[in-house]
Design a protein around this ligand. Sequence first.
Ligand code: SAM
Length: 195
Amino acid sequence: MDQQELETFFRSLDRSFFLENDMKKHANIDQPLPIGFGQTISQPSLVLEMTLLLAPEKDSKVLEIGTGSGFQTAILAKLAKEVFTVERIKELMEKAKKRLEALNFFNVYYKVGDGSKGLPENAPYDRIMVTAAARVLPDELVNQLATGGRMVIPIGPPNLQELKLITKTADGGIHMETVEMVRFVELKGQYGWKE
Ligand code: SAM
């Protein structure tokens, strides 16, 4: 799928479907919005930008940390072969799963738990998307990234983070570049911020 096709699919995806009733009317605003439990659905323009940076291919195996509403998951599931998505809040995961199944995405595997440790049982992953702010780059995620793989992750303190694009080179080296400043909710857990 090229960029234009991605943008067409992106525009066709009804963001209100991923929101609770009281928030649906705000779906078209290019801002993060509450999804309950102190969490947010990300700003659409940032979701698109992070997806383009991640650049999943149709045979990619993707790990997503922070399922949230399932909006980003749907885009990854459309682009990639399979998506392993991890969310620490069971209620959010259950709602996201229902939405994605209603949209006929059956290439998504769901795990409730601490995604700061990744999901070692299905590693390595060609792509890793982290949609919560990490304290540091979790070694576990780097270890689970395939050679030639790409990871997009916000790293930094709760108020403002650097959005990083990490690539694992053919010799296993790590290349890290800062794309821009962003603001995400905290990645909690063993390799994240304290619960
Ligand atoms: N991409 C999501 C969407 O499209 O709705 C938004 C994700 S929201 C900004 C971040 C999510 O990360 C929250 O749902 C939060 O519960 C989750 N999260 C935070 N720490 C986590 C962890 N250690 N493991 C898994 N999920 C985590």
